[in-house]
Ligand binder design. Structure first.
Ligand SMILES: [Zn+2]
Length: 450
């Protein structure tokens, strides 16, 4: 019965679940909790009984034996590369890139890039990912796929010091970023960023010009850095500096800089990352698969570097599953250090949620409020089935999410207050059609690969 004289506040959606893992400042976990959503934003988080007393939702979704938690944030990927998943494996990075990946990508069409990105978006939604940071060729196709699928994304045309299928030279590449920013706008669900590929594919002039453009347009700046020993050796040989020092000297490190990998930082470079506020995205499975090495993430955490988690592209992983990535990250650093206390489940979950929000420069409030379930944040979350055999019994929801979950337990994904995926069905993606299109993709790769 409603309390007499008490008006319930209308809201659009109320989702309740057995456990709500908020990731708020106190890392609060609620039993029999709920989230009330108005428009795109979380209005309240609390005990389900209180929220049902206080709110009159247009839609009331009781998930029962589920674990509701913030959507995961994939802070470094190349979603369209689902096209090439499994097309070339078990090779060294430079051979893999130069002999197998770059020649296929040179022939890529916007239609194929869109199909690949849409498949990537479908995969991410099914694994509870609600936002991703994506660098690729013909990136308008990924922007379109993100818009269509309902995912949140920061997408950037990859900039090289040589022509790509999207531009003939550096100036055209930078103009394309400017045009995409005008098309997508500064604050929507899908935005652009400035993304030079790496120090080994971009001359210093492109790196500095691209950073100036990011400053002018107030955009995120994202690049690969210090991914392999050979890249670090090359920086020492060509520039007589370590990669992070080189970036600092070029004036490229600030809180708008998000660096994928950084597998081999020196202690001085770790200090530079802390003092400049640059973010690092850890991609453990890609680093493991390409045998690039193990980034000293526990050292970076202890020093206070801003860190997120990414899958990297699905060719070097070979999936976009951040639940799996969290488990791998935790196990890798424990194993490497011969110390099970070296990194905790909570630290790893933080990387995939709050850390990812910081890497996207969206760790504020409202439309920039990602990474936790709290009033004023965007309504981006997922829910896991707690009756899956591998999810019972439940003692510690954080440990369950990091060590026991596989991603297959995701039964609901909500982005921007809208249900985008529920119990195997997509709201906005015609998945049966996408399955048919993948036949065409496979034929194209077979015809065109070396
Ligand atoms: Zn990458």
């Amino acid at each position: 019965m409603e309390t007499p004289g008490r008006e319930r506040v209308p809201c659009d959606l109320l989702v309740s679940a057995r456990v709500v893992l908020t990731q708020n400042q106190d890392r609060e976990v609620l039993t029999d909790g709920a989230v009330a959503i108005m428009g795109r934003t979380i209005a309240a988080v609390g005990p389900a009984v209180d929220l049902r007393r206080d709110f009159a939702p247009a839609r009331d979704l009781n998930l029962g034996e589920s674990l509701l938690m913030p959507g995961l944030i994939n802070a470094h990927t190349h979603a369209s590369m689902t096209l090439l998943r499994g097309a070339a494996d078990d090779l060294p990075l430079m051979d893999w890139l130069n002999t197998h990946i770059f020649p296929l990508e040179a022939k890529l069409s916007p239609e194929l890039a869109h199909l690949g990105a849409l498949l990537g978006c479908a995969e991410m939604l099914s694994f509870g990912t609600t936002a991703f940071l994506d660098m690729y060729l013909l990136e308008r196709a990924t922007a379109r796929a993100a818009r269509e699928s309902g995912l949140r994304a920061v997408v950037g045309e990859v900039l090289f010091g040589f022509p790509s299928p999207a531009y003939r030279n550096m100036e055209e590449g930078l103009d394309l970023v400017r045009a995409m920013h005008e098309e997508l706008g500064p604050s929507g669900r899908v935005r652009t960023a400035v993304m030079p590929h790496s120090l080994y594919t971009c001359p210093p002039e492109l790196l500095t010009k691209s950073f100036a453009l990011a400053e002018e347009l107030d955009l995120l700046w994202h690049t690969h850095l210090a991914e392999t020993i050979s890249e670090t050796a090359r920086a020492q040989h060509e520039f007589h500096q370590y990669p992070v020092e080189y970036m600092l000297d070029l004036g490229l490190l600030s809180p708008r800089s998000t660096l994928a990998h950084v597998v081999f930082p020196t202690p001085d470079e770790i200090d530079i990352l802390v003092s400049t506020g640059a973010h690092v995205v850890h991609c453990p499975e890609s680093n493991m698969k390409l045998a690039s090495g193990v980034s000293p993430i526990p050292d970076l955490l202890a020093a206070g570097v801003s860190l997120g988690l990414g899958t990297d592209g699905p060719c070097s992983n070979n999936n976009l599953n951040l639940f799996e990535e969290m488990g791998t990250a935790a196990l890798l650093h424990k194993s490497e250090a011969l110390d099970p206390t070296r990194i905790t489940a909570q630290q790893v979950l933080d990387l995939a949620t709050l850390g990812g929000a910081a890497c996207l420069n969206q760790n504020g409030q409202g439309q920039n409020g990602l990474g936790s379930l709290a009033p004023g944040k965007v309504a981006d979350f997922c829910a896991l089935d707690l009756t899956a055999p591998n999810m019972m019994p439940l003692f510690d929801p954080v440990a369950q999410a990091v060590y026991a979950a596989t991603g297959q337990e995701v039964r609901l994904t909500v982005v921007d207050g809208v249900v985008r995926y529920q119990d195997g069905r997509y709201t906005d993606i015609d998945f049966p059609l996408l399955i048919q299109e993948m036949d065409k993709v496979r034929d194209w790769v077979k015809r065109n690969r070396a």
